[in-house]
Design a protein around this ligand. Structure first.
Ligand code: HEC
Length: 111
């Protein structure tokens, strides 16, 4: 298991689905990389994420995870405390799994 996957399951999966379009406490992350910030249908984003022009890429994701409030002031996404190396693993894993790279490393329920 990719280290990022273990981290995702332990720290993110209670609020985010990666392999389905189900919204939990937070919006689903399916197709995240390349999509506009705060644009998941059926999820009521905070004002901090609504109507933004930015799209998600690995770098922005890493910064957001490291400090959500610094990236988008007022966001309701909590800061998840990890080591720097863990942020890197997590951002890499999510990027690979959500359309950001050509080498998908994760299994999706639709496969
Ligand atoms: C307690 C619930 C909770 C946990 C745990 C959580 N999040 Fe979130 N997350 C949210 C909420 C709520 C939002 C929407 C924020 C807003 O509207 O300001 C969000 C937003 C996001 C977004 C932006 C999505 C978009 O479509 O723009 C990403 C990416 C994200 N979270 C990733 C993660 C990752 C990765 C983890 C694990 C380290 C995590 N979250 C843990 C609740 C959570």
């Amino acid at each position: 298991m990719h280290e990022g996957e273990a981290l995702f399951l332990a720290r993110c999966a209670s609020c985010h689905a990666l392999d389905s379009r189900e919204n939990l406490g937070g919006p689903h992350l399916d197709g995240l990389i390349g999509r506009r910030v705060g644009s998941v249908e059926g999820f009521a984003d905070s004002e901090a994420l609504t109507g933004r022009e930015e799209t998600w890429n690995e770098r922005r994701l890493r910064r957001f995870l490291f400090n959500p409030e610094a990236e988008f002031a007022g966001t309701s996404m909590p800061r998840i405390s990890l080591t720097y190396a863990e942020y890197l693993h997590l951002a890499e894993y999510i990027t690979n799994c959500t359309g950001g790279r050509d080498r998908p490393q994760c299994h999706r329920s639709s496969d």
